[in-house]
Write a protein that binds this ligand. Structure first.
Ligand code: P61
Length: 461
């Protein structure tokens, strides 16, 4: 990549200090965190790549609009400003704010589960989505294309839904037992991989054929739109806004964790195209769970920052820089022989830990072993996206084996520079060199829901 005349499309006005630790300190810190990186204090982390969720830096426009936050309990003018932006971007009639993505999921997903033994089908459910599907009494089925599991194979849109499998699943389970189809863009668990417009359109056609609702889980809809612009025929001359509008046009509902592409530290969106009955049900449930429908768990100033961030997240120079940064790290690792999901996705580099540590079985969480070693090596915090995150079968309670064991190096937006990424790359490459020495983990205490957040572990001797 020619970086000669291209740097970050922003300059830094406010800085946050980072603190270094020694390896001896990190050994103690990780032990007292129960070998769970979620339990580390951020002060003890040098480069924090746990997540891109709520960790981005806001712009001067966002900070300045926050001063106009209207904190009225009902009918806040900040709500109306945000509603206007959401309607403009989606073309939808109805909007309800939520405090974050899972708040939106909790309010909306149960509304489509009308009886027992129902299913949601997705290109891949992210873990909170899966958890809310299950909490609503339904079951989550994933249906991504097989190319996604062939990590070295280049495919422009590895996040795509497998359309043949989707139709087969609908017929096998019976369309009356399908609560809805969820399209996650970009497909997070599959490696931040994009979904093509053609795939979204064809999924929508299947939904119409069987009269099913199509829900876009669009935490990273802008990054997905940028991939469509640069990779899919016919979109090169369209704006990100035009691409996003077309995409939303194929769906019925848009759920968003605004903490990603909307460049805010907290926020969520429920938008509904035109189903008034569904809107009224969601509006009823948002009150006890999130708050009055004109704030949904957000303060007025949060809504102001979100209204600006949604638009900034669609700016092309920013998106180009963002995806270049992520690709830069990925290609550096790939060049050193570290196995990754290729091509590199939108928000993170996914290091493939099954072949990194073939000696560690899935129930001893190879990607956790690599993640912990990376912290010890370089003070870099990543996150496991594999069998630990996947959890247990809700019926048999057996540990599920994930098809892919990833350590995700998730890049926060507008936060780190290329120098930070060089530190990360060096750390990962050094861990790769001693991969044969790594040991797996077993539970000390296992949490019953979304266990990776709070469980504690011990290394296998
Ligand atoms: C992430 F370790 N993602 O990727 P909320 N849909 C999608 C998401 O990516 C997503 C949510 C819904 C996170 C945060 C996170 O085990 C973890 O605003 C495609 O986080 O509620 C969140 O949105 C939920 C990290 C979530 C985790 C769960 O890092």
């Amino acid at each position: 990549m020619d970086k000669k005349y291209v740097a970050e499309p922003y300059r830094i006005k406010m800085v946050e200090p980072l603190f270094e630790t020694t390896k001896e300190e990190r050994i103690k810190l990780l032990k007292s965190a129960g070998y769970n990186p979620f339990a580390l204090r951020s002060h003890d982390v040098y480069v924090d790549l746990l997540t891109d969720s709520g960790t981005g830096a806001m712009s001067q426009q966002q900070w300045s609009m926050m001063m106009l936050g209207d904190e009225a309990y009902a009918g806040s003018s900040s709500f109306y400003r945000l509603e206007k932006v959401v309607k403009e971007i989606t073309g939808y009639q109805y909007f309800i704010p939520a405090h974050q993505g899972r708040g939106a999921e909790k309010v909306l997903l149960p509304q489509l589960v009308t009886k027992e033994n129902m299913y949601y089908i997705s290109n891949t459910h992210f873990d909170t989505t899966r958890a809310h599907v299950e909490l609503a009494g339904a079951r989550a089925l994933d249906c991504v294309i097989d190319e996604c599991f062939d990590l070295d194979k280049y495919h422009d849109f590895k996040g795509n839904m497998d359309l043949v499998k989707l139709e087969h699943l609908i017929n096998e389970k019976g369309k009356e037992n399908i609560a809805g189809i969820i399209m996650t863009v970009t497909n997070n668990s599959a490696g931040g991989q994009p979904v093509s417009m053609e795939n979204i359109r064809k999924t929508s056609e299947i939904c119409q054929k069987y009269q099913l609702k199509l829900i876009i889980d669009g935490a990273r809809f802008s990054e997905n739109s940028y991939f469509i612009k640069t990779r899919e025929k016919g979109y090169q001359n369209k704006t990100i806004k035009e691409i996003a509008l077309e995409m939303f046009g194929y769906a019925d509902v848009f759920l968003m964790s605004a903490k990603k592409d909307a460049l805010v530290n907290m926020g969520g969106i429920i938008a509904i195209k035109n189903d008034r009955e569904l809107f009224l049900k969601a509006q009823t449930m948002v009150v006890p769970y999130e708050g009055f429908p004109s704030y949904g768990g957000l303060s007025g100033r949060d809504m102001e920052a979100l209204a600006v961030g949604l638009k900034e997240g669609m700016e092309e120079d920013y998106l180009k820089h963002r995806l270049d940064q992520v690709r830069y790290l990925g290609e550096k690792l790939k060049a050193a022989g570290v196995p990754i999901q290729y091509p590199v996705g939108g928000h993170a580099v996914f290091v493939e830990c099954k072949s990194f540590c073939p000696h560690i079985p899935f129930y001893q969480f190879p990607a956790l072993a690599v993640t912990n070693e990376l912290y010890l090596e370089a003070g870099v915090r990543a996150v496991e996206i594999g069998s630990l995150l996947l959890g247990r079968d809700p019926d048999t309670k057996e540990n599920l084996e994930s098809k892919m064991e990833f350590m995700r190096l998730t890049i926060p937006r507008r936060v780190y520079t290329y120098n930070h990424l060089d530190v990360v790359a060096l750390g990962v490459i050094n861990v790769y060199e001693k991969r044969k020495e790594l040991k797996g983990y077993t539970f000390l205490e296992e949490a019953p829901i979304l266990r990776h957040f709070t469980s504690t572990f011990k290394p296998v001797e």
